[in-house]
Design a protein around this ligand. Structure first.
Ligand SMILES: [Zn+2]
Length: 249
């Protein structure tokens, strides 16, 4: 009995740990969120990307944050969907979006970012996409429309969102905070002044969204843009009070 238990442990544990490092969650028949994990300020943090299944291929939005998962993600896509990845788009220059670009370039998968993201990656010596677009662009891949949308500076000056008009799925990336988030996260490159206006514009533009996927955390609520705005207002009020205190000293 003991031997059996040990054997089971030995075979079961690698399967268990790989399931923990890469999670693929279904939204609808053609849309899947994939999640990998990395450490930020001592905490294990999940990062979301999206897989869009077209008639003959797969579109990957953002590359895994966990650099050990570039190939496991390709393998999972092959095993589950039996279709090749024909397009990768990264939604801003940070590593939780772009870490895998060089890897997928080597695999001859077309990778794209905006020109602004490309320039920031170049400055930061980060992996670069093989292609760029200057303005909002719609790709047609295997009969599926994939639209890029720049709402304005927010989490970063180059953050874009991806809209799938066929089934009204919006991938918000790190521009959108999950309703689980209690703060705005990494603000190193954020534009706090512009972000609320950019949120307003995207709320108007994507009123019909059925799903809004944030860069990190749960996507179960459709109120994530509203929540992002609330967190921004709190932050700006806090900054204003601090500035007032300093002035009155
Ligand atoms: Zn992020």
């Amino acid at each position: 009995m003991f031997r059996f238990a040990l054997f089971f442990f030995l075979i079961a544990s690698p399967i268990f740990s790989s399931a923990q490092n890469l999670i693929i969650s279904k939204l609808n028949d053609s849309s899947f969120v994939y999640t990998t994990f990395n450490t930020y300020q001592g905490d294990r943090i999940p990062a979301n990307g999206l897989l869009k299944i077209t008639q003959n291929s797969v579109v990957m939005i953002d590359t895994p944050w966990d650099t050990t998962q570039f190939q496991p993600l390709l393998d999972s896509i092959e095993n589950r969907f039996h279709k090749p990845v024909r397009l990768v788009i990264a939604t801003h220059s940070h590593e939780d979006r772009t870490a895998g670009l060089a890897y997928y370039n080597k695999k001859n998968i077309p990778t794209y970012t905006s020109k602004a993201t490309y320039q920031l990656c170049e400055e930061n010596h980060a992996p670069l996409a093989s292609g760029t677009f200057l303005h909002d662009t719609t790709f047609t891949v295997g009969g599926t429309l994939v639209s890029t949308f720049f709402p304005g500076a927010g989490h970063t000056p180059d953050n874009i969102m991806i809209w799938f008009p066929n089934d009204k799925v919006l991938f918000g990336g790190c521009f959108v905070k999950s309703t689980d988030a209690t703060d705005l996260g990494n603000l190193n490159d954020a534009n706090l002044g512009m972000w609320p206006f950019a949120v307003n514009l995207s709320r108007k533009t994507f009123k019909k969204a059925k799903y809004i996927i944030p860069g990190h955390g749960s996507w179960k609520s459709k109120k994530s843009l509203k929540h992002t705005r609330k967190l921004l207002v709190q932050k700006l009020k806090g900054n204003y009070k601090k500035a007032q205190k300093n002035r009155d000293k």
